[in-house]
Design a protein. Sequence first.
Length: 259
Amino acid sequence: MSRREELTDEQWSLIEPLFDKPPVVVTRGRPRRSEREVLNGVLWILRSGARWCDLPERFPSYQTCHRRFQEWVKDGRLRKVLETLADDLQARGKLDLSECFIDGTFVSAKKGAFVSERPSGAKMKLMAVADRFGLPLGVHTCSASPHEVKLARETVCERFTDERPEKMIGDKAYDSDPLDAELAKLDIELIAPHKANRKKAQTQDGRKLRRYKRRWKIERLFAWLGNFRRIVVRYEYHSDNYLGFVHLACIVILLRNYF
């Protein structure tokens, strides 16, 4: 029986081929710990939000887990796993891009991050796109200063699939004619309710705005991500490491939809 934060045998069988085993080199010293053992240790950190040095003894040493996690972040391993899972789920009909949702949230940056990356009271912004079922389709991180409208295109470009969303649904913050035109060039239709103080002519069709009622799915995705305490607050000095934890959380969410 697997613990809550560890992968089951079925889940590991899906991603094991993506974690290439390095060639065996006969050297002195301890043998290399298996990828699954290390990954379970990193998942414990992700779920609990604890410090690396507090990793329980049933896992490999925290130095090994931290070093291997950084290797996966640098070589894009976690991103590759996400793209493979997303493509497979889409082929199975469990990922639908006909109707997607976009939103962002603020994340406290307690330590690390350069001054230019942490304005607005040492915060950063986490952007996400969810598919029709509320599954993560793409994530993007940046400083807290830019408005979400300016980050929408970058977030869409960070999606895990080659195929683009057909319709993108957002809240009133995305009521922007320039953004509407920008996404239209990508063959993406933007659906967002108009602001109360809008002075330009209305462009949204009231019938299509009915889709806005299902925007709770992106809010639920952020609630799922919030269950992984390591990404509720950014403690990583390098933003790539924080994004790696977000990618790992998305991997766990996608794996749950296989069984």
